[in-house]
Design a protein around this ligand. Sequence first.
Ligand code: FAD
Ligand code: NAP
Length: 597
Amino acid sequence: MPPVENAGGKSELKSRIQGLIDSNQVMVFSKSYCPFCIKVKDLFRELKVDCNVVELDLIDDGTNYQEMLLEMTGQKTVPSVFINKTHLGGCDKTLQAHKDGSLQQLLSGESEKYDYDLIVIGGGSGGLACSKEAAKLGKKVMVVDYVVPTPKGTTWGLGGTCVNVGCIPKKLMHQTALLSTAMQDARKFGWEFDEAVKHNWDTMRSAINNYIGSLNWGYRVALRDKDVNYVNAYAEFVEPHKIKATNKKGKETFYTAAKFVLATGERPRYLGVPGDKEYCITSDDLFYLPHCPGKTLVIGASYVALECGGFLAGLGIDVTVMVRSILLRGFDQDMANRAGEHMEEHGVKFLRKYIPVKIEELEAGRLKVTGKSTDTGEIFEGEFNTVLIAVGRDACTDKLGLDKAEVKVNPKNGKIPVSDEEQTNVPHIYAIGDILEGKWELTPVAIQAGKLLARRLYGGATLKCDYVNVPTTVFTPLEYGCCGLSEERALELYGQENVEIYHSLFWPLEFTVPGRDNNKCYAKILCNKLDNDRVIGFHYLGPNAGEVTQGFGIAMKCGVTKDQLDVTIGIHPTCAEIFTTMEVTKKSGGSLAMSGC
Ligand code: FAD
Ligand code: NAP
């Protein structure tokens, strides 16, 4: 066969390769000397399955074949195995498929008897990423997504939690609150404007809701462009390879697929006390609330509670946060408390060690809350216009018919345990995102897991989602970004004597002229003395924490050490430069305050 160089030749080569794939039940692109290729060919011999082999090292334009295969499948290496026109992958994938039974399924041509190669249940961060990637790799894909309205009747469009009731409206409302502080600072920098500055909830809400609407539309178009069939219906398994999809009008349609990805996310948990569903709202309602919430009680003390309580207070609303135990469970408690102190100094009230007992309506827009101290049993009674419940989120797995598909779920929390390849106990069913047991509940994690899963399933790739050292930011009024271990966890894992903690307070230059929050921002790194002072925990409390933490997250992926931070030249004047000049260790008890510039 002549070598192929030009564009015409390229397309001719592509159709030649496609012809080989289409006309052979098993097609293996191999190299005669490669031990992995030999393993795969031996396997098919053992299985007594005829396989057509092209040895790329023995033909003239083997290199061109390999490049074209890379373009067609995303896989660079050999063997590159195709079964019944489906790209299976390399040696590991073939052996794994043999182990889990999916090879036999592919050989029997079973996948052809299904409506779809892949059905993704849930059109949120993870589901959309996975379905688009699978379609890009040539698969026939359907996404089924449905939003069950909240008890208050709030509902929204395609895109899942992040876009509609999570990251996006949250960050935009946080930004609205930051603008208020910026306006107060502006006067100190010489800006003159009328004293009376008001915030209009309705203007903010409609602007944010409109933006979300444009994103919903964008997602629909993107699915159409990528040939992913979007079905707006509630899905549940009726058989291991079959789902029932019920649309808004109650119409039921059945679909089958060779493989499934579960990406159904979570919904806010209620308290189970009288009046919770009748009178309270959750974050799912807050972002669509038609009126300003007024005096608000936030119940809960994690991400959602502190972020929502924080931005509401920033809009000038009277906010109380009812805390059952500690702030931001699971996070570095030193940092969590500093973020909380800042909120308290800026007007947020904390009702600590209290749990709600009942919520009653006195009249429309006036709620009476009764709480009880977990310490003394003392009763609290208070009146609020709005009660926002933010006490965690439940995985949407209970009404998915998972028993019909025999998928194992942790009965305690409804979460789905998966292998490090996001495979459930049922080989053809995978799960990603917030419903996973023991994994991060964050948008970029769901997206990464979904995309890499599709590439492994259909593109011959082997890269797995890395759930370690995931950077994250809590958008409290003073933002908290972190990556790696909390101080508590680092000391537990490595021992006090083996962890060196460097820390410093700092005063962002932007805060100096307005004269606010002097030495309230705080930076801390934890270093493992047993491993070259490698940074195992990064913590930052200050402005633009997400922007700062992202870069240090990359550094931590690369294994950054304290020495490397020390030889890095800072960017002046910034907040992030503090990490290049940290000298005071926590053990030394030295002064934390930043002096000079
Ligand atoms: P989701 O995005 O929740 O999507 C699941 C979809 O499946 C939903 O549309 C759901 O309605 C649908 N569905 C459920 N069951 C079915 C069914 N049976 N049939 C059909 N469809 C179904 N993460 C960050 O990274 N940064 C942040 O700043 C951030 N802020 C947040 C703020 C709030 C208030 C909240 C609540 C979350 C926040 N998160 C944030 C978390 C982030 O939103 C989630 O981690 C992410 O959306 C999870 O994606 P997912 O694909 O697992 O599920
Ligand atoms: P969460 O992390 O599960 O925290 C639940 C909070 O509610 C805790 O403070 C808990 O207190 C409290 N609580 C639970 N039951 C209670 C009860 N009966 N009465 C009073 N308080 C109660 O939940 P979340 O804040 O909803 O966050 C869910 C997930 O969304 C997070 O894990 C996160 O990954 C994701 N998220 C991410 C971001 C971001 O990236 N910025 C923002 C928001 C959400 P105890 O400590 O006493 O148990």
